[in-house]
Design a protein. Structure first.
Length: 78
């Protein structure tokens, strides 16, 4: 957000304080969570004596892991 837009929003919020509208506030936030095990290929080497033993230690990584969007809101009204 640039400074001009921020200043306009602050002035509008300040104007609402004269009408007691500042007591009606909604705080929101959102977060995108990726559902996948943490894995770093450079730090997780596989040491095995046979192919079968190596296959048991392999970690599968999907190209498009599952994602969950979490949204939270708090409403303040005095």
């Amino acid at each position: 957000m640039n400074k001009l837009a921020s200043m306009q929003k602050c002035k509008a919020f300040l104007a609402d304080t004269h009408q007691n509208e500042h007591f009606k506030v909604l705080f929101t936030d959102e977060k995108l969570l990726i559902v996948e095990a943490e894995f770093d290929s450079q730090n997780h080497g596989v040491f095995a004596t046979t192919i079968q033993e190596a296959n048991e230690k392999m970690i599968n990584i999907t190209s498009y892991p599952e994602q969950v969007m979490v949204f939270g809101a708090i409403h303040l009204r005095w």
